[in-house]
Design a protein around this ligand. Structure first.
Ligand code: FAD
Length: 547
């Protein structure tokens, strides 16, 4: 029998999610450099992925998602909180809500001050610009036209969203016209990663345009089991595909882009982590790095939900059949109208306490009645406002239960462990109620479904938060960047103590940014691609307030 020697590439990237797609594009720009991108999920052919308003069909779809939950959360009524993550080409960028937000400029200056040299706002802004194609904000120094990823205004906003903004204004709350400019505080419309009425994912923006390059190989349906190490150097990976185990070698580097749950799990299965924890699950330690999987955090959130007979909200009902049919026709013929919207069209960044230096709450308008079941179109009508805490104090960790890559990791976000997190979400819910009770909403004749208008005491709202708290799907920091002993990667994203191994994805964020994380991961991967290729940092952007 002929034994085939393993294929080898210069770079082997694990995970074709947001970061993996950017890296595959940038690293294969030079034709003499070979790149292999390995993804556990399938190709992104499921047709509803492309349709922005069909996001409810992607988020928890078992064909497209990992099906993770937390371990029971003691501060959330012992519930297992559902944690959607994309398992498909494009990763979570193929299943997410498409909102385009970069976080607060000060977040990056904090990163740099804490040891992440080269990651201040001035350092990262050029990478945001490089990835972006944003004709609506052409001319702004914070935006760019001509990058690979389309960012657009929402083509048509629901009238409930207009009422939301009107009501916030009538309460004297600040407005914001660009959440990705100098000061992302206040209420306004969001932009989204949508191109001509279709989802703009990591695949459509970065991978598909270059997939025919002969020096780039993409392997799908391949579950990477572990990184192969020789002494203290990563030399390749082992993966399973069609029931068979295979190896691929990396001449220059292995890059983990498996996301905030996948990357730490891979390091741990490879024996890189806290030795005692590894031994307790049957993994032979290869390199002691106690920070792997620690510091995991996400944005916790709770919602005020309204119910109404009025048919303005997105959703299905007998009385809205004709209007919905026309909307569908409009989308099919022109790719416009409300099906070209990602539904989450407006929000406000606010401070739970005016003394805070930066906003810590994201108050998000939901112009649809929530379905209790996943993968269901909202039936009936209603709307709500989410109070999401973008600077939570609670954080947790991720561990593996065994060396088997098919076994789900043990994810403990430790949600609401700090009482202060509950108090601030509650402040946001009270603000949400004031907005919903404003005159601008009178015409919809709605009643509060959850928690119910009479539930206003601190204790009642606290119970509502504990019973219903979810995350808004932005896990970070489980392979934290830094120079202290608990950091997992250095400011060039190299795993401390191991050669030829980097982590490039949401897991490297030193702290959780105050905003949705997809654009942030695109920026991380853009910058990482320059670090990996040894390219000089781009020139700083000239900003109006810069001295
Ligand atoms: C439901 C949902 C809604 C969201 N909404 C928004 C939003 O509106 N705006 C926003 O900015 N952000 C949003 N986010 C967050 C954003 O999408 C993520 O932060 C971002 O996609 C993370 O990128 P990543 O590269 O770190 O990980 P991912 O994109 O998750 O990619 C990781 C990839 O690695 C693969 N992988 C993992 N383990 C292995 C393995 N062992 N072998 C092979 N492959 C593996 C996965 O299948 C996946 O494809 C949302 C996320 C979700 C899940």
């Amino acid at each position: 029998m002929r034994v085939l020697s393993p294929e080898s590439f210069d770079f082997v990237i694990i995970g074709a999610g947001t970061a993996g797609c950017v890296l595959a594009n940038r690293l294969s720009e030079r034709p003499d450099v070979t790149v292999c991108l390995i993804e556990a999920g399938d190709r992104d052919t499921y047709p509803l992925i492309r349709v922005p308003a069909a996001v409810a069909f992607t988020i928890l779809n078992p064909k497209l998602a990992w099906g993770f939950t937390t371990v029971p959360q003691p501060h959330c009524s012992d519930r297992r909180v559902v944690l959607p993550r994309g398992r498909v080409l494009g990763g979570s960028s193929s299943t997410n809500g498409m909102v385009y937000i970069r976080g607060h400029p000060g977040d990056y200056d904090d990163w740099a001050a804490a040891g992440a040299r080269g990651w201040s706002y001035a350092d990262v802004l050029p990478y945001y610009l490089r990835s972006e194609h944003n004709p609506s904000l052409a001319g702004s120094p914070y935006h760019h036209v001509g990058g690979p990823m389309a960012v657009t205004d929402i083509p048509r906003v629901n009238p409930l969203v207009t009422s939301f903004l009107e009501s916030a204004r009538s309460l004297g709350l600040k407005s914001c016209t660009d959440f990705n400019g100098a000061d992302p505080e206040g209420f306004g419309l969001r932009q989204a990663s949508i191109r001509n009425g279709r989802r703009e994912s990591g695949v459509t923006a970065f991978l598909r345009p270059v997939e025919r390059r002969p020096n780039l190989k993409v392997i799908v349906n391949a579950l990477v089991d572990r990184v192969l190490l020789e002494q203290r150097r990563a030399i390749g990976v082992r993966f399973e595909r069609d029931g068979e185990s295979s190896t691929i070698l990396a001449r220059r580097e292995v890059i983990l882009s498996a996301g905030s749950y996948g990357s730490p799990a891979l390091l741990l299965r490879s024996g890189i982590g806290a030795p005692e924890c590894l031994k307790s699950v049957g993994v032979q330690p290869t390199h002691a790095l106690t920070g792997v999987g620690q510091g995991l955090r996400d944005h916790p959130a709770a919602e005020i939900q309204m119910i109404t007979q009025d048919t303005t909200s997105y959703g299905l009902s007998a009385r809205k059949t004709l209007a919905n049919a026309l909307t569908l026709l409009q989308y099919l013929t022109l790719r416009s109208g409300s099906i070209a919207s990602n539904l989450f069209e407006a929000h406000g960044f606010v401070k739970s306490d005016p003394m805070l230096p930066r906003p810590d709450l994201q108050i998000i308008m939901v112009p649809a009645r929530r379905s209790e079941k996943p993968l269901a179109i909202p039936r009936g009508h209603g709307y709500g406002i989410i109070s999401a805490l973008v600077r939570p104090k609670s954080f947790g960790h991720i561990r593996i239960a065994s060396p088997d890559p098919r076994e789900r990791p043990l994810i403990d976000l430790n949600l609401l462990a700090e009482y202060d997190d509950i108090a601030r979400i509650r402040t946001g819910l009270r603000l949400a109620r004031r907005i919903l009770n404003g005159k601008a909403f009178d015409r919809y004749r709605a009643t509060e479904l959850k928690p119910g208008a009479s539930a206003d005491a601190d204790q009642q709202l606290e119970e509502h938060i504990r019973r219903t708290c979810v995350t808004v799907h932005h896990p970070t920091s489980s392979c934290r960047m830094g120079t202290d002993p608990a950091a997992v990667v250095d400011p060039e994203l190299r795993v401390h103590g191991i050669e030829a191994l980097r982590v490039v994805d949401a897991s490297i964020c030193p702290t959780l940014p105050a905003g949705n994380t997809n654009a942030i991961v695109v920026m991380i991967a853009e910058k990482a691609s320059d670090l990996i290729r040894g390219l000089p940092a781009p020139a700083p952007v000239q900003l109006p307030h810069a001295s």
